[in-house]
Write a protein that binds this ligand. Structure first.
Ligand code: FES
Length: 360
């Protein structure tokens, strides 16, 4: 009991300190006063680790919660559409998962977690996240961010709504003249995340909610909504959802001759993109580096990123696991296997699959 009261008092003091001093000053103060006493007395600030305290938990649906987080001074400015990697200790073992930011406040950020069947971390967060709990987090990462376009369409399914919801809120707050439309797909009306937030957004932009497994007359899906989007080809599209959903949308967009270079994608979950089948010994031209690689036997089984690195070509990259999007390139000619969506290729988790390959 006493411990809980002290924990809540510490949290109030931490909220106050961040508000009054700001992250830059706190960084300066703590880094100049780091010692055994301060690290014991106030470990949230007197640490070199990026951490966040849970300051609120809100139920969105029967299986989705929003966790509001107050990060310490090691956190950096986040943009809507980015994600953080979060670590939890379950039965003595550290597990990490990436979650998109669903809300960005002055001092706090929020993630929205959907409990997955058999999902170790999502279930643990669902059952254990409480105000005052400290979590290890990464700084914000990812390139699924607003790029200043005027006409946008956000397409998402399930918890893939989180980065799109944050983006729509940010765009409409910062550039009210932007023409934003959203299509969000859920299974049934019980599964609609941010329902009141979506109602509020519907007063500022066009919001269509597709219920793919609804028993009622309103059953439809994202493709049916896209059929009713006459300005589709004029809009820059931001897409996030499960792999099958994204493939379906990309196939539809391709059939409509949509320019896939205008499509921004964020992967909703991590897929293990293992090499399948025999890998070609390709000749790969990396257009942006004006460099050609002739693969050798030693390159077999390697990803495009590893092949480039082996041959002295430095491709931009981040996570190396297909999550952050920072290695994204375009397929100009040939075929790849693994992590590919439309013409977008993620070399960290994609493999050459044709004799000649041009990566733009
Ligand atoms: S998606 Fe992160 S490096 Fe490729």
């Amino acid at each position: 009991m006493m411990g809980r009261v002290l924990g809540q008092l510490a949290l109030l003091a931490e909220v106050w300190a961040l508000k009054v001093f700001g992250r830059e000053w706190l960084h300066y103060i703590t880094s100049n006063t780091m010692n055994v006493v301060t690290t014991r007395l106030a470990p949230f600030f007197w640490t070199y680790e990026c951490q966040a305290k849970v300051i609120g938990v809100r139920h969105e649906t029967h299986d989705a919660i929003t966790i509001e987080l107050l990060p310490n001074q090691h956190f950096s400015q986040a943009s809507a559409g980015q994600y953080i990697e979060l670590e939890v200790v379950i039965n003595g073992q550290v597990h990490s998962r990436c979650y998109s930011l669903s809300h960005l406040g002055q001092q706090s950020v929020a993630i929205t977690v959907k409990r997955k069947q058999g999902g170790l971390v999502s279930s643990w967060l669902f059952d254990h996240a409480r105000r005052g709990m400290a979590l290890s987090v990464s700084r914000p990462q990812g390139s699924f961010v607003y790029q200043g376009q005027q006409k946008l369409l956000m397409i998402s399914a399930g918890s893939g709504i989180t980065p799109c919801y944050a983006l729509a809120n940010e765009v409409l707050a910062e550039k009210p003249s932007a023409d934003v439309a959203m299509i969000v797909q859920f299974k049934t009306d019980r599964d609609v995340i941010f329902s009141s937030g979506l109602q509020r957004l519907a007063q500022l932009c066009r919001v269509q909610i597709a219920l793919s497994q609804s028993a009622g007359a309103v059953k439809n899906d994202v493709i049916a909504c896209l059929e009713w989007s006459p300005e589709l080809l004029e809009r820059d599209i931001y897409l996030c959802g499960p792999a099958g959903f994204m493939d379906k949308v990309v196939a539809y967009l391709t059939s409509k001759s949509y320019n896939l270079a205008r499509l921004q994608v964020e992967r909703f979950s991590f897929d293990n993109y293992a090499l399948t089948g025999e890998q070609a010994l390709s000749e790969i031209y990396f257009q942006a580096h004006n460099a050609t690689v002739h693969m050798t036997e030693a390159d077999r089984g390697k990803t495009l990123l590893e092949i480039a690195e082996t041959h002295g070509i430095e491709l931009e990259h981040g996570c190396r696991t297909g999550m952050c999007g920072s290695c994204k390139c375009h397929l100009v000619h040939g075929e790849v296997s693994g992590n590919q969506l439309g013409i977008a290729v993620y070399p960290c988790t994609a493999y050459p699959a044709s004799i000649k390959l041009v990566i733009g």
